[in-house]
Ligand binder design. Sequence first.
Ligand SMILES: *[C@@H]1O[C@H](CO)[C@@H](O)[C@H](O)[C@H]1NC(C)=O
Ligand SMILES: *[C@@H]1O[C@H](CO)[C@@H](O)[C@H](O)[C@H]1NC(C)=O
Ligand SMILES: *[C@@H]1O[C@H](CO)[C@@H](O)[C@H](O)[C@H]1NC(C)=O
Ligand SMILES: CC(=O)N[C@H]1CO[C@H](CO)[C@@H](O)[C@@H]1O
Length: 717
Amino acid sequence: MPFLDKFSTNHMFIGKGYGMYGIIAAVIVGLVVPLLLSSIFINKRKNRQRAVAVEVGGEPGITMKNSRFSALVEVPWEGATTMAVLFEQSCRKHAKHPCLGTRKLIKKEVVESSDGRKFEKLQLGEYQWLSYGVAFEHACNFASGLVKLGHDIKDRAAIFADTRAEWLLAFQGCFRQNITIVTIYSSLGEEALVHSLNETEVSTLICDFKQLKRLSAISSRLETLKHVIYFEDEGEAGSLSNNGNWTVLSFNEVQKLGKENPVTPRLPSRTDIAVIMYTSGSTGLPKGVMVSHGNIVATAAAVRTIIPGIGRNDVYLAYLPLAHVLELAAETVMLSAGSAIGYGSALTLTDTSNKIKKGTKGDASVLKPTLMATVPAILDRVRDGVLKKVEEQGGVSKRLFNVGYKRRLLAIEGSWYGAWGLERLIWENLVFKKIRTILGGKIRFVLCGGAPLSKDTQRFTNICLGAPVGQGYGLTETCAGATFSEADDTSIGRVGPPIPSCYIKLVSWEEGGYTISDAPMPRGEVVVGGHNVTLGYFKNEAKTNEVYKVDENGVRWFYTGDIGQFHHDGCLEIIDRKKDIVKLQHGEYISLGKVEAALAASDYVDNIMVYADPFHSYCVALVVPSRHAIENWARSVGIEYQNYGELCNQDEAVKEVQQSLLKAAKTAKLDKFEIPAKIMLLPDAWTPESGLVTAALKLKREQLKAKYKAELDKLYQ
Ligand SMILES: *[C@@H]1O[C@H](CO)[C@@H](O)[C@H](O)[C@H]1NC(C)=O
Ligand SMILES: *[C@@H]1O[C@H](CO)[C@@H](O)[C@H](O)[C@H]1NC(C)=O
Ligand SMILES: *[C@@H]1O[C@H](CO)[C@@H](O)[C@H](O)[C@H]1NC(C)=O
Ligand SMILES: CC(=O)N[C@H]1CO[C@H](CO)[C@@H](O)[C@@H]1O
């Protein structure tokens, strides 16, 4: 139990150092001083207006903008109007400082589990860094190499690879020549890949070795492709040969070519398209969102203001997909601040991650990052892991953890500043310091986006990681940014005020029953306007005109389809989603997302999709149970089963889970029609690879509905 095993020694230390009276005194000081301090700060914070109402054009509604800036922010500093200029100026300014770090592969081995499945385990070494100066040279060389290779700069290039340093170098390289990049989630399926490459007529594809191997299967359908550039991996043998239709070169070969044949840069302008970002839509084929250089630098400039004191001393752990706008925006922020970006992956993040060889170190332990971006699902997993370990540990450690957690919770909910007391110091040393080493022990701020974060997990992160969470709300269409909660805001469930680069407007949606005159808070569809609103969908004017509108003052607005409400201090809370609301047979509206979030509180639920057929008066649910929880239960009541799949089918198991859902529904005060009348347990997890959830682990309802059509029909029989 790696992070709790030092309890006894810490105990000793405190006992010896302070003595009995010392402890009592410390506790008194720790309790009283923060209380006094917090009463001063609470009032100050409560009064802080984080966003203010403004009068703007366009559809009537209630509009807010960030209160700290008088005008919308457009650039991180004067002149940095494109990604190309931002990168170049940053590289010159921070030339000697570490920019991009990659871990060296020491050993790769394949181990076999008892049931015969094979797993790859990696032993990785220290980070090796490229300085800002050298990173810039690499990007320039790559750009020249591309041109030399014969890539016509009017053509687009695509990147289809996992997150890594070369990804960012290739990306920045293309901007030196005003080449538009097409990005595609590496977890998207073949159809989506062929569709995106074909629609954008990509002539150069930049990919990693894993994807390169997949290409030959679809090569005859990639009609526009002329060049394939792949990132080398240590331990992967040689390059694939040219296939007749396209040339294959490694990233390093292209760089070398460029170094020997330098080409004059042709820099883009602010309104040129930097990226066409294909997002895994929840229905049909992915859509390409056209993101301008001005969009990205505006978002980066705005998000930078959220992270207190960001600068050269910060170290950022990069592991989310770069094809996701949140990660792209976050890394751009780091580049603009001269921070170091160390690359890792979700499968090698911690010492206990799947791909890390037992006894060796995960990315976070080696890098010791100060900042990271994450999605709720990952924080949920960290939390579940920690709680499970605490439970297993039992005894004194468990009691200490629980008391410590409660005390810190009180302090935080009273005031973040209450945290200054001696008491905090004691709990930090006794309990939380060890937990923090999971992520390296130095995290000071966590950016979180992609989906709403549960209140429990946000508090858990505040307390156990000791870091504020900047909860963001935004979409690819708004170039990630829309709102971000601020570091000193300890409330939960809200996504903060508008970032300084945009306006947020609520527009009444009468049909759904949400209006801007609702009490106690105005409610309505969330509409985002300003510099960060992207240019629309590639080759899809109909869809673009449906959700983007330009008002009489020339401001672009994006209609998100999300329903939100404004708190008194101007912070936004997302409460619903237009298309996830179904009107049942008797006229009640059921919000699927709301019900799912409530039912997910059950320990038995790993994932859940609520489904409501408008021709019935009740809803049903598909549940992917937590295997651990359900097998524990089966053991405890002595249920016999052949295999896990069969257990999921047993009536007793279904009943047990349904009871637990009922309890969760009661706690959340759901209405009767919101409680699934029937459920089914599914043994197989929903993963991005299976196409059933997005990379941010959001449900893809259409795909789930299609895959489980038979099951859903059965539930409605
Ligand atoms: C090369 O392209 C042609 C025409 O698109 C296609 O018919 C052929 O299968 C391709 N060759 C390979 C090796 O993929
Ligand atoms: C690619 O797009 C063209 C039209 O731009 C279409 O005619 C062709 O069928 C598409 N090919 C594939 C493989 O989707
Ligand atoms: C960048 O490329 C686009 C597309 O080829 C072109 O329309 C635009 O004029 C270029 N920008 C500059 C500054 O040359
Ligand atoms: C980069 C970009 O598209 N900027 C636009 C943002 O919106 C303003 C209007 O609010 C336009 O004038 C900019 O061109």
